[in-house]
Design a binder for this molecule. Structure first.
Ligand code: PSU
Ligand code: MN
Length: 310
């Protein structure tokens, strides 16, 4: 993208700019997980912890958000704190970007919008907790996350712990196949379900090492096959949740959402919040553990991908 457009809308931090210039490994991080995914101050501690994990692996973290109408790639600690406690932060997916910028307000980026800004800057690896997908009952509601359409066109790889079973996991995987998005299981061929290591549904392929993951990304993008890749990394065993407790919390949350006629962009945050309340602090600890685990893998893949580019 032309530099004047970059400068007109985007502020890239010094560290990230330097990494881009010298072809150093970078990992993008989303901010919806900070503003809408976890309570204060755990969200702030987690966001800062994720950046440290990426640095320990020799990569540069780039947390992304919109602050006062400016797209920020690479945040300082005051900006992370602001996103962690302020109650007026808008959830920004692809369609919300123009409004939030034009109004000069602040927004937390979802997987879709974080991918968009990463791609504009040339950042190829992105780490998060879970991606959006096809909601249960989508045959009636048409509720399919814009994260999936973004994955079909925007060339960024996402390391995640699969998707939460608030979604229809099978339909999410079918949709990803239609959209031509590779789904790589990291050391597994069973797609993970966020709190659980296995969803029971198969991944497209399995990779055993960060190098293998990097080689798949390189082959895809070298060939001009634009679009994203899902790298599904199961939650560490010691943090895995109890399936019955999670399933029953999700059932309750879905019923409540239906009764209250929750729709549109509110659906995912509503369901996530309910499940969090119903499963208590344990799910928060699991969420932090899997996010850390994903940042670690994403950084390792970014380092290998960078080597392949030299
Ligand atoms: N799933 C999670 N945690 C999250 C999200 C999804 O387990 O925090 C967030 C991500 O930012 C994701 C967004 O991109 O929700 C998807 O929202 P929607 O379904 O409205 O597209
Ligand atoms: Mn939706």
């Amino acid at each position: 993208m032309a530099n004047y457009i970059l400068n007109k809308y985007i502020d890239i931090s010094k560290e990230v700019l330097n990494a881009l210039e010298f072809n150093k490994p970078i990992v993008a991080l989303e901010s919806t997980i900070i503003s809408h995914g976890m309570p204060y101050p755990k969200n702030m501690e987690t966001a800062i912890g994720l950046e440290s994990i990426i640095k320990e692996n020799g990569a540069i973290p780039a947390t992304i958000a919109i602050i006062d109408g400016r797209i920020k790639v690479g945040l300082n600690s005051e900006q992370i704190e602001y996103l962690s406690y302020d109650k007026n932060i808008v959830k920004v997916s692809r369609r919300d970007i123009p409004y939030v910028i034009a109004m000069g307000i602040s927004g937390a980026t979802t997987v879709a919008s974080t991918m968009i800004f990463s791609n504009i800057c040339g950042i190829r690896l992105f780490s998060t907790g879970g991606i959006g997908g096809v909601h249960r009952g989508a045959e009636k509601t048409f509720d399919i996350s814009a994260d999936l359409t973004e994955l079909s066109t925007t060339s960024v790889a996402i390391v995640c712990a699969g998707v939460k079973s608030i979604l229809d996991i099978n339909l999410t995987l079918e949709k990803l196949e239609t959209l031509g998005v590779p789904v790589i299981g990291y050391k597994t061929d069973n797609f993970p379900a966020f709190y659980l290591r296995e969803s029971g549904f198969k991944t497209d392929v399995k990779a055993e090492t960060p190098i293998q993951c990097a080689e798949i990304l390189k082959a895809k993008w070298d060939l001009g096959l634009l679009g994203g890749v899902v790298i599904a990394n199961p939650i560490p065993k010691e943090y895995e949740g109890n399936k019955d407790i999670i399933d029953s919390a999700i059932e309750t949350a879905l019923k409540e959402a239906q009764a209250l006629k929750i729709a549109g962009k509110e659906t995912t945050p509503f369901l996530l919040d309910k499940v969090k309340d119903l499963t208590g602090g344990e799910s928060l600890e699991a969420n932090i553990a899997l996010a850390n685990n994903n940042a670690d893998l994403a950084a390792k893949i970014a380092v290998e991908y960078c080597k392949l580019q030299r």
